[in-house]
Design a protein around this ligand. Structure first.
Ligand SMILES: Cc1cc2nc3c(=O)[nH]c(=O)nc-3n(C[C@H](O)[C@H](O)[C@H](O)COP(=O)(O)O)c2cc1C
Length: 209
């Protein structure tokens, strides 16, 4: 399976070359993320692709993760703060339209979602959105590896700073997790030559037959 080889190849890069990933490659990674599964299928997060150097410099201030600034692109996965009834109604209408269904066909589904999310707390909505954003992150790691683009998933950043600089709060979003993309600086990255450490399947896996 080619995927296993790609996953063995990838690692969380600490240092990147000063080399840009071209737009077509970035677009393929973005497309893969957009195709990720999400619970209820309503994609409750948005993706920001940031290449602007000044913005990245200010996002990186105070973080130990130099990759925020020094990599080709920075992806910010931003979860929704609330899953509103309006959002559900609009999304379900899009589903009906894309599947050539008559308007109202999915009304039962829509009502179930509205009841479910409106009776949750804001924190529950927000945490659920984060979980879906992390599925997108996983897809991005796999897509990048297939394209031989290096990537670093990161939680080591200041979400309040990101939310402010990127204007996420006004959009009803918050930064969930981030990912840098680029090409590894194998000569200067101490991790580049290190062996991957993982549990043996004996320890990791339980079969219940
Ligand atoms: C959600 C998440 C958050 C992470 N946060 C950081 C981070 O802030 N900085 C960093 O250098 N690596 C970060 N990592 C990378 C992990 O340390 C790395 O994936 C792990 O050690 C396994 O190594 P590998 O990815 O190189 O196989 C994070 C990974 C994940 C999945």
């Amino acid at each position: 399976m080619e995927l296993i080889k790609n996953l063995e190849w990838r690692y969380a890069a600490k240092k990147y070359l000063d080399k840009v990933v071209d737009d077509a490659t970035i677009n393929q990674i973005v497309e893969a993320i957009n195709l990720s599964a999400s619970s209820c299928g309503i994609q409750p997060y948005r993706l920001f692709v940031i290449s602007n150097p000044e913005i990245r410099k200010s996002l990186a201030e105070g973080s130990f993760n130099t990759q925020i600034e020094h990599s080709s692109h920075l992806l910010v996965f931003a979860g929704m703060n609330r899953i509103t009834s309006d959002y559900i109604t609009t999304y379900v209408a899009m589903m009906e339209q894309q599947r050539n269904m008559e308007s109202g066909t999915l009304k039962g589904f829509e009502d179930t979602l509205i009841t479910h999310f409106s009776t949750q707390t804001a924190e529950q909505n927000s945490v659920w959105s984060d979980k879906q954003a992390y599925i997108g992150l996983g897809t991005a790691l796999i897509a990048a590896a297939e394209l031989k683009v290096d990537a670093t998933p990161m939680e080591g950043f200041d979400p309040a700073k990101f939310d402010k600089i990127l204007g996420l709060t006004e959009k009803g979003l918050h930064s969930s997790v981030i990912l840098s993309l680029g090409y590894r600086d194998a000569e200067n990255d101490y991790l580049a030559a290190m062996k991957k450490t993982r549990l043996s399947l004996d320890e990791f896996l339980f079969y219940i037959k």
